[in-house]
Design a protein around this ligand. Sequence first.
Ligand code: TXA
Ligand code: MG
Length: 333
Amino acid sequence: MKDAKAIRQAAEIIQQGGVVAFPTETVYGLGADAYNPLAVARIFEVKRRPYFDPLIVHIASPAHLRKLVKDIPSSARKLTEKLWPGPLTVVLFKEEHIPDIVTAGLLTVALRMPDHPMALSLIKESKCPIAAPSANPFGYLSPTTAEHVREQLADQVDLVLDGGPCPVGVESTIVSFSENKPRLLRPGGVSLEEIESIIGKVEIGPIEDSPVAPGMLPRHYAPRTPIVLDWNEKNPDFYKDKNIGLLAFQEPKNILKFHSVEVLSKKGDMREAAANLFSAIRRLDGLNLDLIVAEPIPEIGLGRAIMDRLRRASHFLNFPPLAGGDEGEGKLL
Ligand code: TXA
Ligand code: MG
C-alpha cells in the first residue's frame, strides 16, 4: 500500500518532467521521461555526466520495443524473449522520435526491461519509457540500496523510491545488434555463456569508430580509496605500515595483516558475490584506508562482470587518474 502510493507519486513526478531514483534488479537508476529532453538533461546535470554518454531506455513490456526501434533482428528477438524481464540491455537502431540527448546523437538506442516490480510499475504508471543511467555521480560506484542513492544524490533528485537491496548487484549485460554480428559491449548480470547458449557466438569488445562510452573507460566505477588487483605479485614491502582493506571472494588467505576484510561470498557463489560487490566496496571505501586489495575472481559466468568492474575501479597503479583528478570526469560536461 505504502509502495503503491510512492510509485504513484513518482510517476506523477516523471510525467511533470522530474527526476526519480528507482530500484531495478541490477542497480538503482536515475529516471526521467525518455521523450522529454529537458527532463533527461537534468539527469546529466545531477550525475555530472558528459553528454556524449548515452542512456539506457527502460520499458515495461517487450511489445514496446517495436515503437522505439526500426528493426528487431531475430537474434535480438530471441534474446529478449528468453531473458526479459532481466539484466539484459539490447542496442538497436532507433526510431527518430527518441530525443538525441538520450542516445548522445547515436543512430542506436539501448533498451531494457528490468525485472523489478517497482521499476515495472513505475514505467507503466508513468505511461512513457524511462531513460535512466545508474543513480551515482559519474565515475563512481553504482548504488545497490536506496541509502547509497540518498548519501550521494538525495538533495538533487525529486524522489528516491526504496525497493531494498538490488538482488543482482551489477549492471545489465549490454549486447549490440548494430553490426552484422551481435557484440557484447559490457559484461553484466546475464553471463556471456547464457547469451551464447541462446544466439550462438557473439563478438566481444567496443564497436570500432564508435564514440567513447564511459562505462567502458578503463577507470570507472571507482571508489575514492585506491584498489589493487594484482597485489600477490607486488613487493610485500610496499604494503608495510599501510592501512589495508581486503575484498575477498571467499574466506581470505592470511597473507597480509588487514585492517578490515569484506567477504563477497563465503560459499564461493558468483551470484551472491555480484549482489554484494558494490556495497562491500563502499563499506571499505568509508574506512579511510590507504589501499583496498581485491582478490581476483574466476572469469566465468558473473565473474566476468565482477572482474570488469574491479579492473575499472582499480585506477591506482594500473591506470593514471583522468585529467582533472579524482571525480574530475564531471568536468567533461
Ligand atoms: O543495469 C543497468 O543497465 C543500469 C540500470 C539502472 O538499468 N543502468 C546502467 O546505465 O548501468 P548506465 O548509464 O550507468 O550505463 C549504460 C551504458 C553506458 O556505458 C552507455 O555508454 C551504454 O550503456 N550505452 C547506452 N546507449 C548506448 C548505445 N546506443 N550504444 C552503445 N552503448 C550505449
Ligand atoms: Mg553507470
